[in-house]
Write a protein that binds this ligand. Sequence first.
Ligand code: SF4
Length: 96
Amino acid sequence: MPTPINTTTDALSWQESALCAQTGPDFFFPAPGSSTQEAKQLCRACEGRLQCLEYALTHDEKFGVWGGLSEKERHRLKQRRGAQGWGDAKAADTVH
Ligand code: SF4
């Protein structure tokens, strides 16, 4: 995953246990049309999943798998949150 800029250390503490840091970016930024299943499987086991997803939503990350969701899934989640007023990443559990 890319290193974010202009954020506090506390807000990024979830990155210390990020499983993707151990595998490299290839799974998480696959070529168009490639599977994201390997990345999502790792995300499901990652301690920082919800924080990662919130980060991606807050910073409007356009590419890759973040917090177990693809670009399209994050976009749909944001739309649902906007329509329903949801406030945190726990709503992501209902997306899959
Ligand atoms: S949830 Fe996935 S993308 Fe986010 S830090 Fe964990 S392994 Fe990386």
